[in-house]
Design a protein around this ligand. Structure first.
Ligand SMILES: NC(=O)c1ccc[n+]([C@@H]2O[C@H](COP(=O)([O-])OP(=O)(O)OC[C@H]3O[C@@H](n4cnc5c(N)ncnc54)[C@H](O)[C@@H]3O)[C@@H](O)[C@H]2O)c1
Ligand SMILES: N[C@H](CO)Cc1c[nH]c[nH+]1
Ligand SMILES: [Zn+2]
Length: 437
């Protein structure tokens, strides 16, 4: 296995080649969209039996239809088996994530008097039921359980469930069970990918039907959310992890190399680029990578090499800062690191990124696990229009209004005129003299 990292020199690329660098693996879900309807139909008609069969087929997990729910004994065993220091770390991370999301919570209601006697505002209430997905294909993600469950609980959702694929022992990952409990979630079920979305959308004998599903996942999970969009709500397109690492002349190439490797080890479907204006910096990063890869498992090196040596990763050589900012904004990354000693100088140039980490101490891995802000983030350029997962995903607002007689007296004649213009007689009558006579 070579450790070559591709350098893409923007100055030598055609516009079509530059645009190709903006593509992600999830841009084309057609393979998965063609296959998930059969999985969905099986779950709809066979329920838990289908979930057990798919667990055996896709997760290689010995699970029967009456074992879909994690039991109280599973939770006890998870707390007993997990290293107490790891439980402490989960508690510490949960505490930071909770503090962030509590700060993010809007007040229950706001009202403002926008005209004399006209009070308008918004009132927030939680969604009744949500399903949260924690992936487990290329590793387990108790961190995702914290990132999804804590904002749902802080928002006050009544019924929160976690869905996650079972492991080869037929069990839920112990740290995921502990993370669920520490977040305030009581119910965890064994279901992965498309079948998890179908179970939450239709309900099974074991899994309750939910109004919404959130969480990151493989293309199977993403495709099923698309197919079932009319049946179960979901806002966030959170697919394979991706990042851009932006550096300037004040950056340290060894730190850049370390952080470049971070999201590249998630899977061959990830996308990761370093963006620099300096060829010598690019070469210094390439030179540092083998030393750090020596501390990674062969499987993670293989993923990282597939990403950084392929056409969805490597180093972007920009001709100027302006060209670098343009690439970043066109790419709209999930994670953006500004590894500069003066990171705030660059911030105003960034419009599109789901998460912006400022400075060399703001390590990507710390943000992934425990800095506080949510790490379930829009991918594949969705940062151009979407925001990170947060308490707002688990709340809905109703607009509220209240008028006094003074407010009514001012607005009724205008409304009467408007309704008459549109030809709505009853609307017009309702604010005419008929109202009081
Ligand atoms: N954007 C974010 O916030 C964020 C956070 C964490 C992870 N991620 C990403 O989430 C993704 C998680 O994917 P993953 O694969 O690790 O876990 P996953 O749980 O999403 O995928 C595994 C599931 O895929 C399904 N599957 C696998 N092969 C199948 C087949 N042949 N037919 C039908 N279904 C099949 C199975 O149901 C299996 O349980 C990764 O790409 C990771 O980078 C993103
Ligand atoms: N990078 C992921 C979000 O894209 C979060 C994560 C969890 N564990 C490791 N990484
Ligand atoms: Zn990560």
């Amino acid at each position: 296995m070579t450790s070559s990292i591709r350098i893409h020199d923007l100055g030598t690329l055609s516009e079509a080649q530059r645009l190709a660098l903006l593509e992600r693996t999830e841009s084309d879900l057609s393979h998965f969209l063609a296959r998930v309807p059969a999985i969905i139909e099986a779950v709809r008609t066979e329920g838990d039996e289908a979930l057990a069969r798919f667990a055996r087929d896709y997760d290689h997990a010995p699970v029967s239809a009456d074992e879909i729910a994690a039991t109280e004994a599973d939770f006890d065993a998870a707390f007993a088996s997990l290293d107490p220091e790891m439980i402490e770390t989960l508690r510490y991370a949960a505490d930071n994530i909770r503090r962030y999301h509590q700060a993010q919570m809007p007040g229950e209601m706001w009202m403002k008097e926008i005209r004399p006697g006209v009070l308008v505002g918004e009132r927030f209430t939680p969604i009744d039921s949500v399903a949260l997905y924690s992936p487990r294909g290329k590793g387990s993600f108790p961190s995702v359980t914290l990132m999804t469950a804590i904002p749902a609980v802080v928002a006050g959702v009544g019924d929160v469930i976690v869905l996650t694929p079972p492991g080869p022992d037929g069990k839920v990952d112990p740290a995921t069970l502990v993370a669920a409990r520490l977040s305030g979630v009581e119910r965890v079920f064994k279901a992965g990918g498309a079948q998890a979305v179908a179970a939450a959308a239709y309900g099974t004998a074991t899994i309750p039907r939910c109004l919404k599903i959130e969480g990151p996942g493989s293309p199977w999970f993403m495709a099923a959310k698309q197919v079932l969009a009319g049946r179960i709500a979901s806002r966030l397109p959170a697919g394979p992890s991706e990042s851009l690492i932006f550096v300037d002349e004040t950056s340290d190439p060894r730190i850049a190399a370390l952080d470049l490797l971070v999201e590249s080890e998630h899977g061959a479907d990830s996308s990761v680029f370093l963006v620099t204006c300096s060829r010598s910096f690019a070469e210094a990063v390439c030179a540092a990578v083998p030393e750090f890869r020596a501390h990674m498992s062969p499987r993670r090196v293989e993923f990282s090499q597939a990403v950084l040596g392929g056409d969805k990763g490597g180093i972007i050589l920009a001709g100027s800062l302006k060209e670098a900012y343009r690439f970043i904004n066109d790419y709209a990354p999930e994670h953006l690191q500004i590894l500069s000693k003066t990171p705030f100088a660059h911030l105003s140039h960034i419009r599109n990124a789901s998460e912006i980490l400022l400075g060399e101490e703001t390590a990507a891995a710390i943000a992934n696990y425990m800095m506080g802000p949510n790490c379930v983030l829009p991918t594949s350029g969705a940062a151009k229009v979407h925001s990170p997962l947060g308490v707002h995903d688990f709340l809905k607002s109703a607009s509220v209004g209240h008028m006094t007689a003074k407010g009514y007296a001012e607005m009724a004649p205008h409304t009467h005129r408007f309704a008459t213009y549109e030809g709505f007689d009853a609307h017009a009558n309702s604010v005419s003299d008929l109202r009081r006579n």
